[in-house]
Design a binder for this molecule. Sequence first.
Ligand SMILES: CC(=O)N[C@@H](CCC[C@H](N)C(=O)O)C(=O)O
Length: 375
Amino acid sequence: MSRIDVHAARRALHRIPELGFQEYETQAYLLSLLNGLPMEHLSIATWRTGIIVHIRGSEPTARIGYRCDIDGLPIREETGCDFASTHDGMMHACGHDVHMAIALGLVDHFAHVQPKDDLVVVFQPAEEGPGGAQPMLASTAFQAVRPEKIFALHVQPDLPVGEIGIRPGILFANTSELFIDLVGQGGHAAYPHRANDMVVAGAHLVTALQSIVARNVDPLDAAVITIGRLESGTKQNIIAGKARLEGTIRTLAAATMPRIKQRIEALVAGIGEMFGCATEIDYGANYYQVFNDEELTQSFMDFVSKRDLAVVREVPAAMTGEDFGYFLKEIPGFLFWLGASTPYGLHHEKMLPDERCIDTALRVLIPYFSERGYR
Ligand SMILES: CC(=O)N[C@@H](CCC[C@H](N)C(=O)O)C(=O)O
C-alpha cells in the first residue's frame, strides 16, 4: 500500500509557494498524494483552492476536525536550502509547508488505520490574506462535514523541536490589515510651494500613528500598529503626489480594535487637513482572536505530558494573528505552537523550520485522535 513520505512532501511543497487563493499547484500536488491513499473510508472534496478530507470512523461518537493552512508569502527566499522556492519572490516563510506535511501525515495514518471517530482534515487557503477561514467555514463543502471540535498548530521558531507551546484562553490577537492612501499634488522638486508633497505627509502620518499605542491604549492592554510598507514617489527630483501606507493592527482585547481604528481615522483626517490632501482608509482583512477552549486545552496538555509525547510549555499570548480564530469562534478546540528550532522568526527570508518537528506533531496528534483524547 502506498504511504506518503511526509518529509519529501514538505520539501516538494516548500518549492512551490503560492499566494492566498492562488494555491493551484499546491492543491494539485496535495490531491496527487491524497488520491494515492486507500479510499475505503476516505472522501475528498475541494473548496476553491482548499481541500477537505473526510475520514469515516469505525465506531463514530463524534466528528473531529483538524485544520492546516496552505498559502505562502510574497518574500524572496534566502535560506540557501536545496529545496528552496522555485516561485520567484514567493516563499513558505510561515511554516505552512510543514503544516501541510503534518496534515498529510495524519490523513495517511488514518487512511491505513481507521480511527474510531470521524475525522475531517481541512487544507485551508489564504491564511496570510485575504483570509480563507471565514468563507471556508461558511461553505457547503465544510458545513456538510462540520466537526464538533477542531484543532490546529503553528510552527514556532523560538521553541526547540520536541516542545509544544500552548495556553488555555487567548493565544493569538485580533488583527486588522490597514491600507491608507494619501493623494495630493506632485511637481518639480525645486518648486515645493506649487506642489503638495505626499512623502512628507506619509512620513508625518507614520510618526503620528506611533502615538496611538503609546498614548491612547491602556498600557496593560496589549496592542500593536505596524506599518510594513510605505510607498511614495518615482524619482529623487520629483515631488510625490501620492503615498500609500500598508500595515496591520493587533489587539489582545477585541474591544480595543474599534478604539484604535477611531484614533487612526482622526489622525488621517488631521493629516488631510494639515497637508490639504485627499485620504482613504481600507481595513482589508480582519481576523478574530485565537481563543483556546480552556477545558480541552488543559486536558490536551495533561494527555501529552502524561504520555511523554512532547515537552509541554504554557506560553504567554502572542500578537500574531490566525484566521483559525474564526473556526474556534464557532467550534471548540485549540491551536498550539510546535517547536521548530530555527534562529529566524516567522516571515523572515531565512526562516527554515527543522523538519523533525513534523515527527513531533505526528507523535502527539496520532495518539490524541486515536485514543479520543478530546473526550
Ligand atoms: C502566524 C502569522 O504570522 N499570521 C499572520 C496573519 C496575517 C494577518 C493579516 N494578513 C494581517 O496582516 O493583519 C500574522 O501576520 O500574524
